[in-house]
Design a protein around this ligand. Structure first.
Ligand code: FAD
Length: 200
């Protein structure tokens, strides 16, 4: 998640509940993976030079690329969208999820979901956000009818602004939300959309 110096790094553990600082031995070569959601896109015009190198490595034959099969959608990609609207069990049904898609369309946002919503069959599982779903870092994350279980929160740890809509004022999501709206989502979302219409 963070490079402290050439051999010291930060990484999450316990499903993101703790961040551990790891000091690697000062050997010349370190192989590491990065959690992309923890890093801002560098954009163009950076100082880094991209060069093509050729290697003479022997590629193992027992593993090979066959094809990429991915869900196709006209909506913004959940993993990289700057805005995401997610629905949870509180949305109640697959049909009710239309309110989430509607708000997402108004905001030009991708749609996400909690595991409870996925398990209940409201949406396909590639929309799941969290420890066993996608780890995302949008500028805006709107959690609707989501309680804020730690396994969900670990997926939005790096989101910049979190808006929570929940009828339970004691829901844990409000502990991490920058903006919280306590109330019935089926009342709040239409009101929110009316306000957004005024801005158009
Ligand atoms: C190993 C493991 C991995 C997991 N991985 C994930 C993961 O990747 N992602 C994930 O999300 N979960 C994950 N979970 C599950 C997680 O623990 C929670 O069970 C899940 O996140 C709960 O989803 P939820 O918030 O939608 O449902 P609930 O906890 O049931 O919350 C529903 C919320 O909706 C609110 N609500 C109900 N009706 C309305 C209404 N009309 N208006 C407004 N609010 C309303 C309620 O007040 C409640 O807060 C994992 C669990 C385990 C054990």
């Amino acid at each position: 998640m963070k490079v402290v110096d050439a051999h010291t790094f930060e990484r999450p553990m316990y499903a993101g509940n703790a961040i551990v600082t790891v000091k690697a031995p000062a050997t010349p070569c370190i192989v590491a993976t990065v959690r992309t959601a923890s890093w801002q896109e560098c954009g163009s015009g950076g100082a880094g030079e991209i060069t093509t190198v050729s290697t003479d490595a022997t590629i193992p034959q027992h593993t090979r690329f066959v094809e990429l099969k991915a869900e196709k959608s006209d909506r913004p990609d959940l993993q990289s969208a700057p805005r995401v609207v997610s629905g949870g069990r509180g949305v109640g049904s697959k049909e009710n999820f239309a309110v989430i898609y509607k708000l997402a369309d108004k905001l030009g946002a991708a749609v996400g979901a909690s595991r409870a919503a996925v398990d209940a069959g409201f949406v396909p599982n590639d929309l799941q956000v969290g420890q066993t779903g996608k780890i995302i870092a949008p500028d805006l994350y709107v959690a609707v009818g989501i309680s804020g279980a730690i396994q969900h929160l670990t997926g939005i740890k790096d989101a910049r602004t979190i808006v929570a809509i929940n009828k339970d004022a004691d829901a844990p999501i409000f502990q991490v939300a920058d903006i919280g709206l306590v109330g019935d989502l089926f009342q709040i979302l239409p009101e929110l959309e009316k306000e957004l219409d005024k801005l158009e």
